[in-house]
Design a protein around this ligand. Structure first.
Ligand SMILES: Cc1cc2nc3c(=O)[nH]c(=O)nc-3n(C[C@H](O)[C@H](O)[C@H](O)COP(=O)(O)OP(=O)(O)OC[C@H]3O[C@@H](n4cnc5c(N)ncnc54)[C@H](O)[C@@H]3O)c2cc1C
Length: 406
């Protein structure tokens, strides 16, 4: 089975759906190929900060999402056992969204048939005769596309095709989940992080009943954690056991969580030096989201950066492929689309130029935080603290980024 398509987006996660929506808002049709059988969201909730809200505003979905989550008003970092407290600066609008709400809202405004489920891309290559991208699917089918946008996450097959290396692995992992209190949790609209030795527990209310919590821990033995990950009950009890010096209500919150939402994740990252040196595209194939810049969640920025990618990429493509007049092809709203090499390359170059500096600094800051939390070398920790103090003294600077108008 072989078919032909104009723009194919690989992956129907946050970035893939946001990219398809951004293109749709610009009058450009695309097809999203999603490996899962339905829309899915991994990992309970996502923290959205001001830069993410700016991108969501451009995508036209921010107001719907604001109705689903309370605004967080303050933040506190508490050290255990001494109880020392420090404020966590927030930088502006911060809400904790159910991931599924975000995914649903992004998908809702797409035309019907814009997403094809249960369709996993095995590999992508450039056709040796036409130089057009050729996608190989797991059912043996192929798609000849005029353009491919790889939003297939941290283990992206599209990223390897454009020449990016495999992502690195931190020695820290995260377990997260939801705790629901039907009578109301009574918590302040506050982001709280408690820390003791190598373990950090953070929580934020989503609304008046639902609380999102996460625990980051250093690996004791990677194998044992992978085994625990398969059994949420065991995973939860191992975390509760490790929290023995934490306040009783914090322990209770994790104990009371809904097991079906408890999930373990290893943390992968694309090193900042790779972001600086490598190309994000090859031929008519480009990457965005975690496929381009997977970063650990220490700044809670990976998802927001993926939304920014979507806005910037759609803007660049609309400017270049809609205005060209050679080799034209009618778009859904009757405007000409060109997939000629110069138009596509200029669009990808502009996209890379706008995104490279932004994601370099985000991955760099995340990398330093990861080194402070995860490294076993005192010297590396010290250097990371020093670089953080010099380069990132403004703790909320990254939330002020504006991806601009769609
Ligand atoms: C523990 C944790 C906490 C986080 N917290 C935050 C936070 O608070 N705030 C924030 O902004 N970010 C956060 N992030 C980062 C955020 O989750 C990611 O940056 C974001 O999900 C990236 O979206 P994506 O669409 O690029 O990738 P993904 O969400 O991974 O989506 C990729 C999609 O592609 C599909 N897919 C993969 N391979 C194929 C294939 N070959 N063929 C077809 N489909 C395929 C997958 O099924 C999936 O649906 C967190 C990350 C982690 C790990």
């Amino acid at each position: 089975m072989s078919e032909e398509r104009d723009i194919v987006v690989v992956g129907g996660g946050i970035c893939g759906l946001a990219t398809a929506l951004a293109l749709h808002r610009k009058g450009i049709r695309s097809l999203v190929l999603e490996g899962s059988d339905t829309l899915r969201a991994t990992g309970a909730a996502i923290i959205m900060q001001p830069n993410g809200w700016r991108a969501l505003d451009q995508l036209g979905v921010a107001s719907k999402l604001r109705k689903t989550a309370n605004a967080i008003e303050s933040g506190r970092f508490i050290t255990i056992p001494d109880g020392k407290q420090e404020p966590i600066p927030l930088g502006g609008e911060l809400r904790c969204l159910r991931r599924m709400d975000l995914i649903n809202v992004l998908a809702e405004d797409l035309p019907s048939n814009a997403i094809r489920f249960g369709c996993r891309v095995v590999s992508v290559e450039l056709d040796p005769t036409t130089s057009r991208p050729l996608l190989h699917l797991d059912d043996g089918g192929t798609i000849k596309a005029k353009m491919v946008i790889g939003c297939d996450g941290v283990r992206s097959v599209v990223a390897s095709m454009v020449g990016l290396n495999k992502t690195g692995l931190y020695s820290i992992d995260v377990t997260r989940g939801f705790t629901r209190c039907e009578d109301g949790h009574g918590l302040e609209k506050e982001f709280v992080v408690m820390s003791k030795d190598g373990l950090q527990l953070g929580w934020l209310p989503v609304d008046d009943r639902l609380v999102y919590w996460f625990v980051t821990q250093k690996w004791t033995s990677p194998d044992s954690r992978v085994t625990l990950a398969k059994d949420p009950m065991l995973l939860k009890s191992s975390i509760v056991e490790a929290m023995n010096d934490f306040p009783t209500d914090a322990i209770q919150m994790v104990s009371d969580s809904d097991l079906s939402t408890v999930q373990w994740t290893e943390l992968r990252y694309r090193p900042p030096w790779e972001i600086l040196r490598r190309s994000f595209w090859k031929g008519a194939v480009v990457v965005a989201g975690d496929a381009m810049h997977s970063m650990a969640p220490f700044l809670a920025q990976g998802g927001a950066a993926s939304l920014e990618d979507a806005v910037v990429l759609a803007r660049c493509l609309a400017k270049k492929i809609k205005l060209a007049t050679v080799g034209v092809h009618r778009g859904p709203r009757g405007r000409p689309l060109s997939f000629e090499k110069p138009a596509v390359e200029e669009a990808f170059e502009q996209f890379s130029k706008e995104r490279r500096a932004r994601v370099f600094w985000l991955t760099m800051e995340t990398f330093f935080v990861g080194s402070i939390l995860g490294s076993s070398s005192g010297i590396i920790k010290l250097l990371a603290v020093l670089f953080m103090a010099i380069l990132f003294s403004d703790k909320t600077g990254h939330t002020r980024y504006d991806c601009g108008r769609l």
